[in-house]
Design a protein around this ligand. Structure first.
Ligand code: PLP
Length: 385
């Protein structure tokens, strides 16, 4: 079969290689510490599961409108208005099969022939691959290490050309865990408005910010609703990765166009998962508890890694990832991760997957016991190099 070159050019990431190696080793009955996880380590809460069971029993098992169930869209718009100060109504929302699909359809709708899509680097693995499936071209903005891998208005300005269509902006960031203050976002938003480009603001980790910092949405800043597609979801905040529910919020015209893509591809997100997401939004306590739990784990991991010579962890403001500098070990990130896994049974993600060498991503979506065990093993591994 002759495959479309756009598809054959997609790369299978190093993340997957490490994940499959981890599975193989686990199958042999070995005790692997999993610092590679991209999802919360605890189960979806019972109140969400019960709402899904109840949805099945009442027959909520048919197609919903392609942009999502009306009550859920209303609830998402209500959440965005109240918590994020984004002035939206349910007409501005599309519920999608995960935030990933929200990003992909937004890119499809934006990028026409040779349009440049700006992607800050290190990036989340799927952004460049998604752009490859559109008519656009990815253009990377190397983020300055000395500024904790944060985008600056100057860097953004320098990267914009007449062909620039959009920026993909993710904060708190996977993989670096950095986030932005309102002041920093305001400065970036001025460049976006001046250049009249669009921005896909991937705020999937918004509920996981630490040190009493507050997440500010780009779209709540002056006039930014006209330029911003806000992407959010339930995977990380409610431990619902397998349910596949996310959403995007944007202006009416964009929503009308993107709804057509949904209507002809997935039809709509799973009705039962939408009922579960509705229950998740009704719960006030859960998010505070989950972020407090992750903050404790972040502190434990940072304290332990910081003591290991040749490893320099970057303390994240949010997410459950600790980006760590391993350059002093002399190993590249893939060799470091595969040897650490084979020799000491600790699984981490090489930053080469995120377009950056010399770093690894250590996930603290693991129990305190596992974190302590993992730190001891990394220490032993580094000492014997
Ligand atoms: C930065 C980022 N955006 C989007 C997603 C996709 O989330 P979802 O499970 O809602 O598709 C992920 C998942 O790992 C992510 O890390």
């Amino acid at each position: 079969m002759l495959i479309n070159p756009q598809v054959s050019s997609l790369t299978k990431s190093a993340t997957l290689k490490i994940t499959s190696l981890t599975k193989q080793i686990k199958k042999q009955g070995k005790d692997v510490v999993n610092f590679a996880a991209g999802e919360p380590d605890f189960d979806t809460p019972d109140f969400i599961k019960n709402a899904a069971k109840e949805a099945i029993d009442r027959g909520f098992t048919k197609y919903t409108p392609s942009s999502g169930d009306n009550d859920l869209k209303k609830a998402i718009a209500g959440k965005l208005k109240k918590q994020n100060n984004i002035p939206v109504e349910s007409e501005n929302i599309i519920v999608t099969a995960g935030a990933k699909y929200a990003i992909f359809i937004s890119l499809l709708a934006l990028a026409s022939w040779e349009d440049e899509i700006l992607i800050p680097l290190p990036y989340w693995v799927s952004y460049p691959e998604m752009v490859k499936l559109t008519s656009g071209k990815a253009k990377f903005i190397e983020l300055p290490e000395e500024n904790n891998f944060k985008l600056t208005p100057e860097l953004l300005q320098k990267s914009i050309t007449a062909k620039t269509k959009a920026l993909i902006f993710n904060y708190p960031s996977n993989p670096t865990g950095t986030t932005y203050s309102k002041k920093e976002l305001l400065a970036i938003s001025e460049v976006i408005k001046d250049a009249k480009i669009s921005v896909i603001s991937d705020e999937i980790y918004e509920a996981l910010v630490y040190d009493k910092k507050k997440h500010t949405s780009l779209a709540c800043l002056n006039s930014m609703q006209d330029y911003t597609i806000t992407v959010g979801g339930f995977s990380k905040s409610f431990s619902m990765t397998g349910w596949r529910v996310g959403y995007l919020a944007a202006n009416n015209n964009f929503i009308k166009e993107v709804s057509k893509i949904v209507g002809h591809t997935t039809s709509c997100p799973c009705s039962i998962s939408q009922a579960a997401a509705m229950a998740a939004l009704g719960e006030k306590e859960w998010q505070g508890q989950i972020s407090a739990r992750f903050e404790k784990r972040r502190n434990l991991l940072f304290k332990g890694l910081d003591k290991i010579s040749k490893i320099r962890p970057l303390k994240p403001d949010g997410t459950f990832y600790m980006f760590s500098d391993i350059r002093e070990t002399g190993l590249n990130s893939f060799d470091f991760c595969s040897r650490l896994l084979e020799e000491e049974l600790v699984s981490c993600i090489p930053a080469s997957s995120f377009g950056k060498e010399g770093f690894i991503r250590i996930s603290f979506s693991a129990s305190s016991e596992q974190i302590k065990k993992g730190i001891d093993r990394i220490d032993k591994f580094v000492k014997q190099l």
